[in-house]
Design a protein around this ligand. Structure first.
Ligand code: UN1
Length: 503
């Protein structure tokens, strides 16, 4: 019998209402059953939200530095368990061990940042327009945060959302992606453990709640619930729009991180080897399954052919396999459905766009690949900016190469998408680099770096269809999880009427 995992509601690990479970399997080896995870119902959500609402009244009164101490311990435990967490994460979603260690490290960085923010959360004081009066403003928590996270960064992305929510005094109901429930369970276990260590006999059940299950049920229940005040979501544009619409009607505060169609530009003066290292890492690292993945390569016409030739030599050397085995560069797609999407876009590239398939384009076969959702790293050349391969997010190991005339043309092509998350340009020309920084429409721009690899303390998010204007990471995410309270203290002993008595 495989292990049955549970939800955490009000400090108690519980079976789901209705007793239904979902299988979680290793995408590199379908015979490997990781465990059974709850298929929760609306009733489970209601119970979790009620617990979080009650807990909020106590948690908001715990001094922020003490809340930060909890996150400090969370970071320490994650650091101690880093290799074990990474191994299990690779088993659960397929990306290679070095990357799941990186994913865990991003969570650790976020924990320590949140811990220190407990001793900042700076407010702003400004002078009053009246004598003997003081004006202060400071941040206050909002209430219950509903967190909905994706499978591609099973540790980092939940931490980006949950840690700032907690340190600012909100309580949390967390619904992880159905494909990565184990990593989510580990994270919540660690948070609960740290709460117990720091709060001791004053432990507050219900500050963090975990409800596994389907978006259509658990996610929808979040949207409908009047006591969920905030929703933070990373995932598809389609689901993001649904959340914005339904949650917006209820005046929930909503943060959305949606699709990307990120591009790397290479100019003739670039360091070629570096630019090739970057595009291989950006396009095929995480099997192309990052919001920030390089899915378009925009090459200046003067170097196009030479660059493609060199790239094709290098792409053939990428080794596919189980990410916990040594020497593997690229893991499987996360699921059969995801691989089918990749396959369907390859067909679009061949038949509809009529682009030239120059690498990959097939389900990967060979020893050790039989039981996983592997797909060959794939490259198309001759892609035009208006083609579907150049416009739509694929979320897999497929790179579309587009030829450009000059810098202005490259930026125009780069901007020709509904998304605007990450971007990159390789050039040694400082003028071109600064023009690119100014004119590229994206939340993140790299000069001489791959489109992936944002650091946890910098603003993370995109423009246009990538989101709704919020940012995660660093100091910026704290805007989302707090309201401003303005306070006026009049010590004049008289009724002073602003705008009237002084003018
Ligand atoms: C994502 O794919 O949604 O910048 C997150 C990066 C990582 C985070 C990616 N630090 O590539």
């Amino acid at each position: 019998m495989s292990e049955k995992f549970k939800n955490l509601i009000n400090g108690v690990w519980k079976e789901p209402d209705g007793g239904k479970y979902n299988e979680n399997r290793n995408p590199a080896n379908n015979d490997d059953l990781i465990g059974l995870f709850p298929t929760s119902t609306e009733k489970d959500v209601n119970e979790a939200v009620a617990a979080a609402k009650t807990a909020f009244e106590k948690w908001r009164l715990v001094p922020a530095p003490k809340r930060g101490d909890v996150l400090k311990i969370v970071g320490d435990i994650m650091l101690e368990r880093k290799d074990e967490i990474a191994f299990e994460m690779t088993r659960e979603m397929g990306k290679v061990f070095a990357e799941t260690k990186g994913d865990t490290q991003e969570g650790i960085d976020t924990a320590y940042y949140a811990a220190s923010e407990g001793r900042r959360l700076f407010g702003i004081n400004t002078p009053s327009e009246l004598p003997n009066k003081m004006n202060l403003s400071f941040r206050v928590p909002i209430g219950v945060a509903g967190i909905i996270s994706p499978w591609n960064f099973p540790m980092a992305i939940p931490t980006w959302k949950i840690f700032p929510a907690l340190v600012t005094g909100n309580t949390v109901v967390f619904k992880p992606a159905e494909l990565t429930p184990k990593t989510a369970t580990t994270l919540v276990e660690i948070i609960d453990e740290a709460m117990k260590i720091v709060l001791g006999k004053d432990y507050i059940p219900g500050v963090i709640n975990l409800v596994h299950g389907k978006g259509r049920v658990v996610g929808e229940a979040f949207l409908a619930h009047p006591d969920i005040n905030l929703i933070s979501f990373t995932g598809s544009t389609e689901v993001g729009k649904r959340i914005n619409e339904a949650g917006g009607k209820m005046l929930k505060r909503i943060s959305l991180e949606l699709g990307g169609k990120n591009a790397q530009i290479v100019m003739p003066d670039a360091d070629f080897d570096l630019a090739i290292d970057a595009v291989l890492w950006g396009a095929f690292g995480t099997t192309g399954q990052r919001c920030t993945a390089t899915s378009r390569l925009i090459l200046h016409k003067d170097i196009h052919d030479e660059f493609v030739e060199k790239l094709l030599v290098r792409v053939k050397n990428l080794k596919l396999g189980y990410g916990n085995d040594k020497g593997v560069d690229v893991g499987p797609c996360v699921s059969e459905a995801q691989r089918n999407t990749v396959e369907s876009y390859v067909q679009i590239g061949i038949n509809e766009d009529k682009s030239k398939l120059v690498a990959g384009g097939k389900i990967a076969k060979g020893p050790g690949l039989e039981k996983g959702w592997f797909y060959e790293p794939t490259i198309f050349t001759g892609v035009k900016p208006e083609h579907r391969l150049a416009k739509e997010e694929i979320f897999g190991p497929v790179l579309a190469v587009i030829k450009c005339e000059d810098l202005d043309d490259s930026i125009k092509i780069l901007n020709n998408t509904e998304y605007g998350l990450s971007s990159s340009i390789f050039t040694k020309n400082v003028n071109d680099a600064f023009k690119a920084v100014r004119d590229i429409q994206a939340g993140i721009t790299y000069i001489n770096g791959a489109t992936i690899g944002a650091e946890a303390h910098m603003p993370f998010g995109g423009v246009k269809g990538t989101g709704n204007g919020h940012r995660e990471g660093g100091w910026t995410v704290y805007e989302f999880y707090t309201e401003w309270k303005a306070v006026y203290i009049d010590y004049s002993g008289k009724l002073q009427r602003a705008q009237i008595d002084n003018y």
